[in-house]
Design a protein around this ligand. Structure first.
Ligand SMILES: Cc1cc2nc3c(=O)[nH]c(=O)nc-3n(C[C@H](O)[C@H](O)[C@H](O)COP(=O)(O)OP(=O)(O)OC[C@H]3O[C@@H](n4cnc5c(N)ncnc54)[C@H](O)[C@@H]3O)c2cc1C
Length: 593
């Protein structure tokens, strides 16, 4: 269809929008190896036997216990999957990291402790640390002897992270003196090492490695949070803290690279943890629905409840499919690269910014749906603390807020694609123009497809064209001012999210026919329901966006084009959701868990 400009990583982020992805080419959970399954088993045993039994005690803010759990996870090798052996890591691929993060995501608040430590402290060190910094700090973090934290947010700058006020004043001897206050820092209460962002001489945004033992470092009181009571969140106060020049992480004035590349991986991992957590909540919902009887029957036998269980499974499946597809892209790009060379990892994390933002938004909204319906299935018991549904509901809510709010991530998705298009890195403008020509030409009659999931693949292709229609008109209509049109950008993001999700689900279901024959029918059901419902969402978002950008004949022409593009015949989602619900009930959990 279009030619991609070559990239240093060999992978072009966002290419899926403009190219067809060959069936058989995406990474899926079905392709996990025995080595992945082994580390999954280790993580599962750790969560079941050590983290979960200690959950209530963690909620009393027993941070010595939290430290012991971090250290135990270190002993088991769970924190070193991303780290070269030379620095005490186990040097596995990203799929292994995802498998571990998914399991640890099932441990409740400890998942947040673990996520900040591994994703927000170990990863920036791996990607941007000097050999000396890695020698000094990585081993301690990987073993769990030390705990890490990431200090970007301030009371006045959350989403606007680069607006930080924390100052680093350069001294004559080359060191820096840091002053300021960071807010909402996960692991703040007990971390030993902080990745702190500050502006050198009030201007150059820079990352620093700050030890708790440095004079002038202190932490404030624990926040009284809605959820995640078993994880520490405090302010971190820096009062004239002298930081040696060798503790600058990355380059002075390039802190945004450290912050944003770290967050890209963090966003993927957040979705992974959400996916793991959702599997647990689906299991709770299924078991309760079987046990709870009303009107003389288990509530699991009612269509309304089957709809909820089936829809939980559909959404979880779509997110899981995107996660593994993105992870596959990461691992393909890293291929045979020397793990000691952090350059390729930095590059591919930057390249996949759009995919990471998509899975973050989709993952956090998927788990909110799942935990909300879990409460609903539990009825009154869902609203009281006797059942875990209440806690899961509270714990999950923050996922839409941290690692970049979902509003900011939504803006980033089309914003990044458009920026790459205008720089000539992604042939999006040519594709939008080609689509316009296609729309103006006489319609071509298409026969119903008789290949497996053929109609769904055709629908995905229509979603891509719809995204191009909206993005093309938006670029034409607003030019550089498009960034001020957040409503249109957010609708475009919704279409892009549904497109990536639908395609990932369909491609995975197609592969399941040969790679997972036992679950292939269920996977097909999940993919078909997702596509069928996504068609309605994509159409609604596109109609709203087009109506905001055009009027009169132009609007009529675009709406006619949309009708032509989005001729997706709905499928019988009732039958499919019921089959999925029955599978979830039989398994007493997520049907593929
Ligand atoms: C439990 C918890 C743990 C956390 N852990 C960490 C941590 O370890 N390290 C760290 O650095 N931070 C951490 N944070 C902070 C978190 O990253 C921020 O809360 C988040 O980035 C949002 O910033 P904010 O709270 O200032 O909200 P704001 O930025 O004030 O946003 C408020 C609302 O306005 C919207 N908004 C803001 N700007 C725009 C815009 N340009 N366009 C459209 N909408 C906009 C937002 O989407 C949101 O809906 C944590 C927060 C919590 C609650």
């Amino acid at each position: 269809m279009t030619t991609m400009a070559p990239t240093t990583t060999g992978i072009t982020g966002g290419a899926w929008l403009l190219e067809e992805t060959a069936p058989g080419s995406v990474f899926t959970p079905e392709r996990l190896t025995d080595e992945h399954r082994l580390i999954d088993q280790t993580a599962k045993e750790f969560v079941t036997n050590e983290a979960l039994p200690n959950h209530d005690q963690l909620e009393t803010k027993d941070w010595d216990l939290a430290r012991r759990l971090v250290s135990r996870a270190g002993e088991l090798g769970l924190m070193g999957t991303d780290v070269p052996e030379a620095y005490g890591g186990v040097e596995l691929d990203k799929a292994a990291s995802v498998v571990v993060a998914s399991r640890i995501g099932q441990s409740g608040a400890f998942g947040s402790t673990f996520g900040a430590h591994t994703g927000l402290a170990i990863i920036p060190l791996c990607c941007f640390g000097t050999d000396t910094q890695k020698d000094k700090y990585l081993g301690k973090l990987v073993s769990g002897e030390w705990v890490g934290a990431y200090c970007l947010s301030e009371s006045g700058s959350g989403s606007d992270a680069l607006g930080a006020k924390t100052r680093a004043t350069r001294q004559d001897d080359g060191s820096f003196v840091l002053s300021g206050e960071k807010m909402w820092i996960t692991n703040g209460g007990f971390a030993d090492l902080f990745v702190v962002f500050a502006k050198v001489d009030g201007e150059q945004f820079t990352a620093f490695l700050v030890e708790r033992s440095f004079p002038g470092v202190s932490t404030g009181n624990e926040e009284h949070k809605m959820g995640l009571h078993g994880s520490s969140t405090t302010p971190v106060i820096l009062q004239d803290v002298r930081v040696p020049t060798e503790n600058v992480l990355g380059e002075v004035g390039r802190g945004h690279k450290v912050a944003f590349n770290t967050l890209n991986y963090g966003r993927l991992k957040l979705a992974v943890a959400a996916s793991g957590g959702a599997a647990v909540a689906i299991g709770e919902a299924a078991r309760y629905a079987v046990e709870r009887h009303q009107f003389g029957r288990p509530i699991a036998s009612f269509g309304a409840i089957k709809h909820k269980l089936g829809e939980m499974a559909v959404r979880a499946y779509a997110v899981e499919s995107m996660i593994f597809r993105t992870t596959g892209l990461l691992d393909t790009a890293l291929g045979d690269c020397d793990p000691a060379d952090a350059g390729p990892l930095r590059n591919i994390l930057e390249e996949l910014a759009v995919e990471c933002a998509i899975v973050k938004v989709a993952g956090s909204e998927m788990i909110d749906y799942v935990v909300d319906e879990n409460v609903q299935i539990h009825g009154g018991n869902g609203f009281v603390k006797d059942y875990p549904a209440e806690r899961h509901y509270r714990d999950a809510r923050v996922n839409r807020i941290f690692e970049g709010t979902n509003e900011i991530n939504r803006l980033l998705i089309p914003g990044t694609l458009i920026r790459r298009a205008t720089k000539g890195r992604l042939p999006l403008i040519a594709a939008a123009k080609q689509l316009q020509d296609e729309i103006l030409s006489p319609p071509v009659l298409t026969e119903p497809s008789d290949v497996p999931l053929g109609e769904q693949l055709r629908a995905v292709s229509a979603f891509k064209k719809t995204a191009l229609l909206v993005l093309g008109l938006a670029m034409q209509r607003y030019g550089e001012k498009l960034r001020d049109e957040q409503e249109v950008l957010s609708w475009a993001a919704d279409i892009l999210i549904d497109t990536f999700a639908a395609e990932s689900a369909v491609l995975r279901a197609l592969q399941a026919a040969t790679e997972a024959p036992n679950t292939a029918e269920l996977q097909t059901d999940a993919a078909c329901v997702y596509v069928s419902d996504a068609a309605a969402r994509v159409e609604s978002a596109a109609r709203s966006a087009l109506a905001a950008m055009a009027e009169g004949d132009t609007l009529r022409m675009h709406l006619a084009a949309l009708r032509r593009l989005l001729k997706v015949t709905p499928v019988n989602t009732v039958v499919m959701r019921r089959r999925l619900a029955d599978a979830v009930v039989d398994k007493a959990g997520y049907m593929l868990g």
